[in-house]
Design a binder for this molecule. Structure first.
Ligand SMILES: [Zn+2]
Length: 317
């Protein structure tokens, strides 16, 4: 018998609120679904994340066009996951920017990830038949990249903080208003998906690097916007605490000679009090446990396919 994914019961459309974070800085916050953002330069726009399909992207752009009609010069993608990249064609961007590692991951596993994520989260793929194909970055970098915004708007810094949610996540940072778009490196009021993660780096140096920015406003991959420096620091620690509980509970079962299914149960129990009511909790912990198990055995992230999703789900739940 095949058990349905926890996420397949999640069919209700979420409210979408466009928030103006500062003059010319916008975010679309979506009730636990992937957040996206936009930064206005003097003559152009930079969009951060693309959503899962051109139809979903157009909904966001329609809202954004109530505030600005500047053309999108750069579309910045924080990492390779389908729900954040496959809407790219709707932006008509001059260039698509990612970390070099993200381009490598798209080539290696982009199609499998598309099939996997569509199977797990069909609601996020409204208009899935409008996706023209995989999204290919046209500009990549390894450490950091600055974009001059023109006028007295300062610069936008794009940077890699270390391995984390994937090996290639980047963040977007506006040093002057101290606004951080953290992508899935930080979740604020959502469970944390770690199926492609490097937990040990993420929960130590990578999150330390993010925290040292001292953001005043932090937009995470999912969940609410943190609107003060203490709230932003708390969002980082909420993410770290999730990773710590996940890794320590899986590690304990593994060292005691237990099974991955027992590790899943232990991780779920450890995380339930703090994170149980949050978006994607039941969905994420299964795949997260499998990835921690493999990382502790020294393995790189395996490629998630629609078939492997089913197999692991049936095995662990
Ligand atoms: Zn992701």
């Amino acid at each position: 018998m095949t058990k349905p994914f926890a996420s397949s019961a999640d069919t209700e459309e979420k409210p979408e609120d466009l928030e103006v974070l500062a003059d010319g800085v916008y975010a679309l916050v979506t009730g636990g679904d992937p957040n996206v953002g936009a930064i206005e330069a003097e003559d152009f726009l930079i969009c951060f994340e693309a959503r899962a399909t051109p139809v979903m992207a157009r909904r966001w752009l329609d809202r954004l066009r109530e505030h600005t009609d500047k053309p999108v010069r750069y579309l910045v993608l924080s990492h390779y996951h389908a729900v954040r990249v496959l809407g790219a064609s709707a932006f008509g961007a001059e260039a698509i920017i990612t970390h070099a590692e993200t381009k490598r991951l798209i080539a290696e596993r982009g199609q499998q990830d598309w099939d996997s994520e569509f199977g797990r989260m069909p609601r996020l793929f409204t208009g899935h038949d409008t996706v023209p194909g995989l999204t290919w970055p046209t500009i990549t970098f390894a450490d950091s990249m600055s974009i001059e915004l023109g006028g007295d708007r300062g610069t936008l810094e794009l940077a890699w903080a270390g391995r984390g949610h994937t090996s290639g996540d980047i963040y977007a940072w506006l040093p002057r208003p101290r606004i951080l778009f953290a992508g899935d490196l930080v979740e604020n009021g959502s469970a944390v998906y770690t199926g492609d993660a490097y937990h040990q780096d993420w929960r130590t140096t990578t999150l330390d690097n993010i925290k040292s920015l001292n953001a005043e406003i932090l937009v995470g991959g999912r969940g609410e916007i943190a609107r003060t420096a203490p709230d932003s620091a708390r969002a980082v620690e909420l993410t770290r605490e999730f990773l710590d509980l996940l890794v320590t509970s899986v590690d304990k079962v593994r060292r005691a000679g237990g099974t991955v299914r027992e590790a899943y149960r232990a991780a779920r129990e450890a995380l339930l009090p703090g994170y149980g009511g949050m978006p994607v909790f039941e969905h994420a912990v299964v795949f997260d446990t499998q990835r921690v198990w493999e990382e502790l055995a020294g393995e790189p992230p395996a490629i998630w396919t629609a078939e492997r999703d089913r197999e692991i789900w049936n095995q662990l739940t």
